[in-house]
Design a protein around this ligand. Structure first.
Ligand SMILES: [Zn+2]
Length: 716
């Protein structure tokens, strides 16, 4: 150990003002100069970086937990360099660095190449995009440092191309908090732990994990949080969690925690929405009143309050009364009746909408109204309808408040600092496009040059971004081209997007890990982070995340007080338990498509049933067996009962959860059975293992083990 410490002074250190690796990933000088001048990558290790690297340099398996933007990449370079240099003549080390996302992979490959090739080490990388063209075993054999996306190694361990992890002497896991469940990181570690706990005496590589946050899972107290963190350590065979303790002051000067601002958009929206709707209702009532003197008396009822059940009852009564209204002039009667019918049905819809907007999100209410109006437009469309529709459409304020709120923030921030550079995180790919379009079409925002960054994923119908496209976007953002980047979650793990000082999270919230990392994006001094949401739950969730963050920090501090032997014993115990559980599970359980999945109500996300309980009737109808499901829905008589084939449509079924009532499908008589038939578009499919949620528009698009309906099962 003393020897290792001695070597500190041998590491060549250079000075650089900016945090971490921007200077390495940028072309600060032509490559030709690299070989003969060290000034090219002038980096000086900060004290806290040396502190973080220390246990790893002592050869311990370590999880390095430090905030995004503090230079963990540089810490891993220090560790890696120390590791490679410590081998005596005739022996060689081999390092593998894992990166989850391709942009991170590219970035790290560049950083490692620049840093190590000047020292005479060979660096290479294999990702999903290149794996098929590259002989993996040879590539690993012939290089000192290999940057990989983890699935490559999983595949090659599985097919035997790489016989054992003993080919490596050091493994570095970037974003190592992912080492859980069936993530490729964990599959690699399963292999490692099988070797460690098994018979083999081949040497195992040292394991290093890098993360901004280890997470706490679903922990509700500090004991559960500690157990969660211990399990992560066991998964990575780590005996040390390294955090900055001695040099906190220095760290805090480097990592500027952005000012966090939460903006709840809903109150203003709801009120305005309500205001406008009430105005519309007043106008419509006035129009109805003035259509016929004879019916005016119907409106002389006191204490009407819009948006209440009472109003609903009243308007239904008026509606009925009008239908029975008679006049000597039949044509006039028809005109008045029809007009009253229209006015009252519009009033009913407005009232419904107000009720919905109270309980659910405004979006649902607005969709409800839009649906109504699009139906109106396709049906008979007379003067009165046209007039009412125009009144509705004239209200521009029905548009979502969030873009407007974003607009205000952007205008204010760019006014204060025209050099502001923004990342706007949104949840979906579709929103990325929508917001880009919105910025481009909004002349008041012409000071913005938006770029977009999305994953390479194959999700739904939109094709993702190609790798060169991603790189191009990042380069443009770096070199002052674009000044606002609209991104989906792909950009929230470790990609080096230098110096943005404004982060806007647009209805974007996740677990505590995601929160810490996204906050880390705003690296420049005086940066701000806005959370914009119309949902009180989202704001609340953010508060919970902050509590969880504190719980995590406290847990780590406590675990760090344990002596190493006690900690290692605990880890060893967990590893054995987990291995036993793993080994006693039949392998077939790991085939993802056959795995049982949860169906959640697409509206309120309540658990409806499991795919294992679904049976297929006549190849195209899907029912759920068992009594458990019956408690999750309520049925109402079907407005259009109908028979077709062996089916007799009797009722519609809805989510039984209060305030939800989402349309789930129908209840039918099939031969002699009374059974529910559900439609998949009413549900969200959740993978039990990964927690990943997906939506399918049709049953055909949803691959799962489809079991045919069996009448004998129903008698059980
Ligand atoms: Zn529901």
């Amino acid at each position: 150990l003393e020897d290792n410490r001695m070597e500190h002074s041998d590491i060549q250190i250079f000075y650089q003002e900016d945090p971490e690796d921007q200077n390495l990933s940028q072309n600060s000088c032509p490559p030709s100069e690299v070989s003969h001048t060290n000034l090219c990558s002038p980096l000086k290790a900060r004290n806290y970086q040396l502190e973080l690297a220390l246990p790893a340099k002592e050869g311990k398996n370590t999880i390095i937990c430090a905030p995004t933007g503090c230079g963990k990449t540089f810490v891993s370079l220090l560790i890696c360099e120390h590791h490679l240099l410590k081998f005596p003549q005739g022996r060689k080390g081999k390092v593998v660095f894992f990166a989850n996302h391709v942009p991170v992979y590219e970035q790290q490959k560049t950083v490692f190449s620049r840093y190590f090739e000047r020292l005479g080490y060979s660096v290479t990388g294999i990702s999903g995009a290149t794996a098929e063209k590259v002989p993996v075993a040879e590539t690993i054999e012939n290089n000192d440092i290999i940057v990989l996306t983890p699935q490559i190694l999983v595949n090659n361990l599985k097919n035997g191309t790489i016989p054992s992890l003993s080919v490596f002497t050091l493994m570095i896991f970037d974003e190592c908090h992912n080492t859980s469940k069936h993530h490729p990181y964990n599959m690699i570690m399963f292999n490692y732990l099988d070797q460690k706990l098994g018979e083999s005496s081949d040497p195992l590589p040292q394991v290093i994990g890098l993360t901004a946050s280890v997470g706490v899972g679903d922990a509700k107290n500090i004991e559960e949080a500690m157990a969660y963190i211990c399990k992560l350590c066991a998964s990575l065979d780590a005996s040390v969690i390294a955090t900055v303790k001695e040099n906190l002051e220095e760290l805090e000067q480097v990592v500027y925690k952005p000012q966090k601002i939460s903006r709840k958009v809903e109150p203003r929206t709801t009120n305005k929405f309500k205001l406008i709707l009430c105005e519309l209702m007043k106008e419509t009532e006035y129009l109805a009143k003035s259509i016929s003197e004879e019916l005016g008396y119907l409106f002389q009822i006191q204490d009407r309050v819009f948006g209440t059940q009472k109003y609903e009852q009243w308007i239904v009564a008026v509606h009925k009364a009008c239908r029975l209204f008679q006049m000597p002039d039949k044509e006039e009667e028809s005109r008045i009746c029809k007009a009253m019918y229209l006015y009252t049905s519009h009033l009913r819809k407005y009232n419904d909408t107000l009720i919905i907007s109270e309980d659910a999100q405004m979006k649902d209410a607005l969709n409800y109204l839009k649906d109504f109006f699009s139906n109106v437009r396709t049906a008979a469309f007379d003067d009165i309808e046209q007039d009412l529709t125009r009144r509705f459409e004239g209200e521009g304020c029905f548009q979502n408040r969030k873009p407007l709120e974003t607009h205000l923030i952007l205008q204010e921030e760019y006014h204060l600092n025209p050099e502001t550079r923004t990342i706007l995180f949104v949840k979906t790919r579709a929103l990325v496009d929508a917001l880009k379009k919105w910025i481009e079409e909004n002349s008041a925002l012409n000071f913005l040059k938006p770029g977009i960054l999305t994953g390479r994923g194959k999700t739904s119908n939109k094709t993702g971004m190609t790798l060169p496209a991603q790189k191009c976007v990042l380069d443009t953002f770096r070199s002052n081209g674009d000044n606002i980047l609209i991104a989906t979650s792909v950009a929230d793990e470790g990609i080096d997007i230098a110096q943005c000082n404004l982060v806007i999270l647009y209805e974007y919230v996740g677990n505590v890990i995601r929160m810490i990392q996204t906050r880390g994006r705003g690296r420049a001094k005086g940066s701000k982070c806005y959370l914009l949401s119309s949902n009180a739950d989202v704001i609340e969730k953010e508060h919970i995340n902050i509590i969880k963050e504190k719980m995590m920090n406290d847990s780590i501090s406590r675990l760090q007080t344990w002596d190493e032997v006690t900690f290692q014993k605990r880890i060893y115990h967990i590893q054995n338990q987990e291995k036993f559980i793993r080994d006693s599970q039949p392998k077939s359980k790991f085939v993802p498509d056959k795995e049982n999945k949860r169906l959640l109500c697409a509206k309120c996300k309540v658990l409806a049933c499991y795919t294992a309980d679904i049976r297929v009737i006549e190849e195209s109808h899907y029912t759920v067996i068992g009594d458990a499901f019956k408690e999750h829905f309520v049925s109402k008589p079907h407005p259009k009962p109908l028979s077709y084939g062996n089916f007799e449509k009797k009722e519609k079924i809805f989510c039984a959860r209060q305030n939800c009532g989402h349309d789930w499908g129908i209840h039918v008589r099939y031969k002699t059975f009374e059974i529910p038939v559900i439609k998949i578009e009413s549900f969200v499919v959740e993978d039990i293992v990964t927690g990943l949620q997906k939506q399918y528009p049709r049953w055909k698009a949803f691959p799962f083990k489809k079991i045919e309906f069996d009448a004998t099962e129903m008698s059980k």
